[in-house]
Design a binder for this molecule. Structure first.
Ligand SMILES: C[S@@+](CC[C@H](N)C(=O)[O-])C[C@H]1O[C@@H](n2cnc3c(N)ncnc32)[C@H](O)[C@@H]1O
Length: 288
């Protein structure tokens, strides 16, 4: 009965367009994101970045765009590669995440144009056939895929490089099941609806996000799995890494501690070994 009430409330919030704001959640984890998310997914990020066309990125006068650039693990690699007369733009909706990125880029003495804002609004403001390479790691789940595909088809030059990496459906399902169990237990806990659009696999990204007529260079599904044996570390990962962005802002602020306590108790009961942290992700690189 309680689950049905929460489900009904979630539907009502969705219909009213009252969605959680991921910006708030990412602003809150900006200072801890690298220690948790970037650290945990370093091997996946490395696997992705080896597929970027590094020699080509050194050519003069390119426009290179990184969407959902976050704290900049990939931004700094790109900034190292591009030539001085190219323009590298890092776009992110979270001011906090981009501030971390900017501080690190400054410390390296690199040149990057930073834009705080929504990725799709940014693309909509760009001229047709104006971008030579577009990279987006762990960000397309927050965007309308149809709109992104349309804009990519318009703004990318013929032959432009596209690199996308994203968690796919079923990612973190063990952890999500526990969190949902807590949230579904009481409709009062929810104040906003959760809206995430995870791709099903790399084929989905190639078909539904890469623009019409793209030539896929690489596509694969990967997994990064870790068993954490202590409850505190799992709860810390939930609250400090950004993996729950879009969920945490959906929780009634006065009841936030109650949710975290419920999460802790359920992980203790299940046994932390039975709540592994498994990121399931997909990668596509393609040419427009
Ligand atoms: C998981 S982080 C990925 C950050 C970075 N790309 C990396 O590899 O670490 C997701 C990022 O997407 C950003 N984001 C979410 N929705 C966005 C949107 N509509 N437009 C631009 N950035 C967005 C968040 O603020 C956050 O920095």
């Amino acid at each position: 009965m309680r689950k049905a009430q929460t489900a009904a409330k979630h539907i009502a919030l969705s219909v009213q367009g009252r969605y959680a704001d991921v910006r708030n959640d990412y602003d809150k984890v900006a200072s801890t994101y690298d220690e948790y998310y970037s650290h945990n997914l370093a091997a996946a990020a490395e696997r992705f970045t080896t597929l970027l066309p590094w020699e080509e990125l050194e050519r003069p006068s390119l426009r290179v765009v990184e969407l959902a650039a976050g704290t900049g693990a990939i931004t700094r690699r790109l900034a190292d590669a591009v030539s001085v007369d190219s323009v590298l733009t890092a776009v992110d909706i979270s001011e906090g995440m981009l501030a971390e990125n900017q501080a690190k880029v400054r410390a390296e003495g690199q040149q990057v144009e930073f834009v705080v804002g929504d990725a799709l609004e940014y693309l909509a403001a760009q001229p047709t056939d104006s971008i030579d390479a577009l990279i987006c790691a762990w960000g397309v789940c927050y965007m309308s895929h149809a709109k992104l595909r349309r804009e990519l088809g318009r703004v990318l030059k013929s032959g432009a490089f596209i690199g996308i990496m994203e968690n796919r459906k079923g990612t973190l399902k063990e952890l999500e099941a526990v969190l949902l169990d807590v949230l579904m237990a009481d409709a009062k806990l929810l104040r906003r609806a959760v809206k995430l659009d995870l791709p099903t696999d790399h084929r989905y990204i190639a078909r539904r996000i890469a623009p019409d007529g793209s030539r896929v260079e690489t596509g694969f599904d990967g997994e990064s799995s870790r068993v954490v044996t202590n409850v505190d570390s799992i709860v810390e990962y939930v609250t400090k890494s950004g993996v729950s962005a879009g969920y945490l802002d959906a929780i009634e602020p006065d009841l936030f501690d109650q949710v975290i306590q419920g999460l802790r108790e359920r992980i203790e009961t299940a046994g932390p070994r039975n709540v592994p942290i498994v990121h399931r992700y997909s990668v596509v690189t393609a040419r427009r």
